[in-house]
Design a protein around this ligand. Structure first.
Ligand SMILES: NC(=O)c1ccc[n+]([C@@H]2O[C@H](COP(=O)([O-])OP(=O)(O)OC[C@H]3O[C@@H](n4cnc5c(N)ncnc54)[C@H](O)[C@@H]3O)[C@@H](O)[C@H]2O)c1
Ligand SMILES: CC(C)=CCC/C(C)=C/C=C/C(C)=C/C=C/C(C)=C/C=C/C=C(C)/C=C/C=C(C)/C=C/C=C(\C)CCC=C(C)C
Length: 587
């Protein structure tokens, strides 16, 4: 098989040599517009992009009436759905993944324009190293016999903050801590204690074999083998990073810095960020480091989809699931928008919980569990994203790959358009852009409300205006001459994210309504509908590619136990699931 980077760039029909299923092919296709921008009319004259699409002969969904039964049907091929599917396939299950769009990956997908390969979402990849137990992306690929070449990033992010506070998060922990201490020498002890607590939690996590926390035989087994580590995790489960930081640190600016550290991975401040999640990302970036897959993030989903097919399971594109089919209250299959039905022992939804319970299930009454979830969590805002191709000369030598910019006022951190995320993946992988050019992927949080109810013309003008203002800010802060260096620009609004990622209001996942009790209220994978499971960022532990990969691993384990591919104990199941349900009501 050609290396993935070559496949991502190859313009012609490619048949994966390893795939045993001739009906599923990877081919050049035209049409899909990535999340960067979708000015359908304006772009109509452009040459269509080349993307890899797995299509099954026979049009949408490709099957006849009532196909099945499969062991599991997975709705959606985001990383959460793909990891659940591939883990199950690796355990011997027969899985069908149904994806609405043309390519796999959801918000971890990619798209191409004029020689540029853009990551739809974040280019900061955690969990992609070759060591420890938390390299969940590496492990997910390995489970289906795939390995990707990665490029180590020398840093995670360069913060440009109010008061000209500049902090580079170096790959080496000591370098980062020394840089932070040099900015806040009076808080040396507090800094060491806060980040030291993160390491205590990370090391506990990293010592466990990660499987479903809803499966008692595994969970009790882990408590027996690693009691101290499990008790540490249980202790920190209901706690938030901001409270722990305040135990050790008094300096307001440093606490604001820790807010920014948390915000980039949770879109909320440290007081609302679960301590376990904060520890995971604040340490993995130094333990395994941030590693970028050669050829772009889109290769992860393509590799998983490839591996899935090789294991004898299926993925079908342009398959828009509109209903989960219930029989006597149990989920037994799904129906597509064209009326085709597929049946399975279990159904796993990678759509958000809002979409799953608000759209795919036609029950009038929301189950209590979901009411509780919606009481505790609201939809996080969407993003405005700008994908640009620029002349390489605009970037000073040694420019870092990822930046976070909040210019003057800490109060703007969580406000729409307040802070700016910027990734330049071509710093690591120049093959993503034509020679002499770089990619700038800029994004900032934005709610959908302000984008609705306006005419097409106003919408286009608004996108242009908002994007130009963000570019102007970056030009002022980081790269003089930026505006004039642009050779390609695509702007995506929250509506774009809603439409092309099929995410309710374009949301990037749940956000606590108030101050959460850490991760306590986060639902796992089982739902109150027998046979229906959820996976992805509206499940424990939340937003993030590595987080949804963990959710996929947990989900596959629980489903495998329920369909007899892994051990289970019905009596212990009832006890643990009841206990977890009760614990969630305490949050
Ligand atoms: N901006 C970013 O920074 C960024 C980038 C990449 C990834 N991420 C992370 O990835 C996480 C999301 O991953 P995920 O796996 O939960 O989901 P996802 O949104 O990435 O993927 C869900 C997939 O399900 C498909 N789908 C939804 N409804 C469907 C239906 N009815 N029928 C068929 N297909 C349907 C969508 O088309 C999409 O491909 C986010 O939390 C985010 O943190 C973030
Ligand atoms: C059950 C009970 C009750 C108890 C028991 C105890 C125990 C044992 C516990 C355990 C636990 C566990 C295992 C847990 C785990 C967890 C995990 C794994 C987590 C993870 C997490 C992760 C995360 C959150 C991540 C995230 C990330 C993100 C979001 C990212 C993003 C990025 C971006 C946006 C980028 C930025 C950019 C720039 C700056 C440019």
């Amino acid at each position: 098989m050609p290396p993935l980077a070559a496949r991502l760039h190859a313009p012609l029909l490619l048949v994966p040599a390893a795939s045993p299923r001739p009906a599923t092919r990877l081919c050049a296709a035209s049409g899909p517009r990535g999340v960067g921008g979708f000015r359908r009319g304006a772009l109509a004259s452009e040459k269509p992009p080349v993307v890899a699409v797995a299509e099954k002969a026979g049009g949408e969904g490709g099957g006849g009436q009532g196909e099945g039964p499969y062991d599991a049907i997975v709705i959606g091929s985001g990383i959460g759905g793909l990891v659940a599917a591939t883990q199950l396939a690796a355990k011997g299950a027969r899985v069908l993944v149904l994806e609405k769009y043309l390519i796999p990956g959801g918000s971890s997908g990619y798209y191409r324009r004029d020689g540029f390969t853009f990551d739809v979402g974040s280019s900061v990849m955690f969990g992609f190293s070759d060591k420890g137990n938390l390299n969940l992306i590496t492990q997910a690929l390995e489970a289906v016999g795939r390995k990707m070449e990665v490029l180590p990033d020398p840093s995670t992010v360069h913060f440009h903050l109010p008061g000209d506070l500049s902090v580079l998060v170096h790959r080496k922990y000591e370098d980062f801590i020394n840089e932070l201490i040099s900015k806040f020498p009076h808080e040396k002890e507090g800094i060491i204690k806060f980040y030291g607590t993160c390491w205590k939690i990370f090391n506990s996590l990293n010592s466990l074999e990660l499987k479903s926390l809803e499966e008692p035989l595994y969970l009790f087994g882990q408590f027996f083998q690693k009691p101290l580590e499990c008790l540490t995790l249980a202790y920190y489960l209901p706690q938030n990073a901001g409270d722990i930081a305040r135990k050790f640190i008094k300096d307001q600016e440093l606490l604001s810095f820790i807010d920014a550290e948390c915000f980039i991975v949770s879109t909320v401040n440290a007081l609302q960020t679960p301590m376990i999640n904060a520890s995971m990302v604040l340490c993995d970036r130094h333990f395994g480091g941030i590693n970028y897959p050669v050829g772009g993030v889109g290769g992860i989903a393509l590799s998983l989809a490839d591996g899935l097919v090789e294991k004898g399971s299926e993925i079908r594109y342009k398959a828009n699931v509109t209903n989960v089919v219930l029989e006597n209250g149990k989920a037994v299959g799904v129906r597509l928008s064209n009326g085709k039905e597929f049946f399975a022992k279990t159904v796993i939804s990678n759509a958000t919980r809002w979409d799953t319970f608000g759209k795919l299930l036609k029950e009038k009454e929301l189950p209590e569990e979901e009411k509780n979830f919606q009481k505790n969590y609201v939809k996080a805002p969407s993003f405005l994203s700008i994908h640009m191709g620029v002349k390489a000369s605009v970037l000073p030598a040694g420019t870092d790959c990822h930046h976070f910019v909040l210019e003057d006022n800490w109060n703007n951190l969580e406000k729409p358009y307040g802070s700016i995320f910027l990734s330049i993946p071509t710093v690591l992988d120049p093959s993503l852009a034509p020679e002499g050019h770089h990619i700038l992927h800029i994004f900032t949080t934005a709610g959908i409300e302000a984008w609705e109810g306006i005419s097409r013309k106003e919408y286009e003008e608004k996108k242009e205006m908002v994007a130009n203002e963000i570019i102007r800010r970056l030009e002022k802060k980081l790269f003089p001459g930026l505006q004039d260096s642009i050779v390609l620009k695509e702007v995506g609004s929250p509506k774009t994210h809603r439409r092309f990622l099929a995410r309710n209001d374009g949301t990037y996942g749940p956000m606590p309504r108030g101050k959460p009790k850490g991760l306590l209220a986060m639902p796992f994978n089982t739902t109150s509908i027998d046979g229906l499971y959820c996976v992805g960022d509206s499940c424990f532990p939340g937003q993030g590619v590595i987080a949804v990969a963990f959710s996929g691993i947990m989900c596959a384990h629980r489903v495998a136990a329920d369909i007899g591919l892994e051990q289970k104990s019905p009596a212990l199941d009832a006890g643990l699931l009841g206990l977890l349900r009760w614990l969630r009501t305490l949050a």
